[in-house]
Design a binder for this molecule. Structure first.
Ligand code: AMP
Length: 209
């Protein structure tokens, strides 16, 4: 953190609350990664994808990567004990970020509560959760198509894809309600051109702060 940011944070307690922290939410294949790239350009904020962080660790054969691989290969969630620490390290490594897009995190209620506590200790919070709504058959089609070029084993097998969607419906979906209770969740129609969907997202983010 540079000295000016430090001084502002000491004298202007509300400074951190100006961070725009967006939870980009939705099932696998709903377009979170694509839309995150556009949000980064629009708001100049940091993009953290826990899936990308795990794939990076896997690519380097680290102990964390090897552990994650067991779960990712089956389309299941990596244990919270591993995931939350990894996410917090990434946030802590970027103290000057003007905001963060959380992509693929939080994926269950415990992760959401942990994120809320973690951010509140930094005098900031989740600004909004933007959920991309896409029908299941469209998701399967998109993921199988992505699998042809992504090299991701979990995009190549329909059984694994359907398990990821099942895990999303049972464990992850309740996170929408967790933030809806705070008036922070927005459901966005996730079918259309990339630009159309981004316009809907931009409007929802603008309405949230
Ligand atoms: P994604 O790239 O977001 O589709 O994530 C790919 C895989 O990484 C998931 O199917 C999970 O196995 C794992 N993963 C990513 N984010 C999380 C998370 N927040 N909690 C647990 N597992 C995760």
């Amino acid at each position: 953190m540079n000295i000016i940011t430090r001084i502002i944070r000491i004298f202007v307690p509300s400074y951190n609350k100006k961070m725009i922290n967006i939870v980009l939410f939705g099932p696998p294949g709903s377009g979170k990664g694509t839309q995150a790239d556009l949000l980064v350009k629009e708001y100049n904020i940091l993009h953290i994808s826990t899936g990308d962080l795990f794939r990076y660790e896997m690519g380097n054969n680290t102990p964390l990567g090897l552990k994650a691989k067991e779960y990712m290969a089956k389309g299941e969630l990596v244990p919270d004990s591993v995931t939350i620490g990894m996410l917090e390290n990434k946030v802590n490594a970027n103290p000057d970020a003007a905001g963060i897009i959380f992509d693929g995190f939080p994926r269950n209620i415990f992760q959401a509560q942990s994120l809320d506590t973690f951010l509140s200790k930094k005098d900031t919070m989740v600004t909004c959760l933007i959920a991309l709504d896409v029908p299941e058959e469209e998701l399967v089609k998109r993921l199988l198509n992505r699998g042809k070029s992504s090299g991701r084993a979990d995009d190549n097998d329909e059984t694994i894809i359907r398990n990821r969607i099942k895990v999303y419906n049972s464990e992850t979906k309740p996170v929408f309600d967790h933030y809806a209770e705070k008036g922070k969740s927005a459901l966005i129609h996730g079918v259309g051109s990339i630009e159309e969907i981004f316009t809907r997202i931009r409007e929802a983010v603008a309405a949230s702060h």
